[in-house]
Write a protein of this length. Structure first.
Length: 142
């Protein structure tokens, strides 16, 4: 939190340390969302630039890592929309639904391998919820 405060005051070294600490985690989330390595690097860089420009808006209600991962995830989704890949993802997901599912309950689960068994849309949702620190909202009771 102290690094964020220093970064909000314009200390570039503090923000550089935040990038160093969290850069690989942000790229990892993007890779799990389906980004190619170079694309994950590009989107992560854009996310950190956005975070640098908006660091004063970081309220500290969660971790900096979750905040910048959310920025990265949103940027990646916008990129997908711009490239009109969401339609292709829906087609791919339908094809993946027809694929037989693996049923090895005794096997060790590797997260990346498990994510590969999901369709593209499902992989995106799971990654956003768990990898990027996002969660579903509980419905309000009347």
């Amino acid at each position: 939190m102290e690094l964020c405060s220093h970064a909000a005051l314009g200390e570039r070294a503090a923000f550089g340390e935040l990038v160093r600490r969290h850069g690989s985690a942000v790229r990892g989330v993007l890779r799990r969302m389906g980004a190619a390595p170079a694309e994950a690097d590009d989107v992560a860089q854009d996310a950190f630039l956005t975070a640098f420009e908006r660091i004063a808006e970081f309220r500290g209600e969660g971790t900096f890592a979750a905040w910048v991962k959310k920025i990265a995830a949103r940027l990646y989704l916008r990129r997908l929309q711009r490239e009109k890949k969401l339609g292709a993802l829906a087609i791919e997901a339908a094809e993946d639904d027809e694929r037989p599912q693996r049923n090895d309950a005794d096997a060790n689960i590797d997260l990346d391998e498990a994510l590969k068994t999901l369709g593209a849309t499902e992989r995106l949702c799971v990654t956003m919820c768990f990898g990027a620190g996002l969660r579903t909202r509980k419905p309000r009771r009347p």
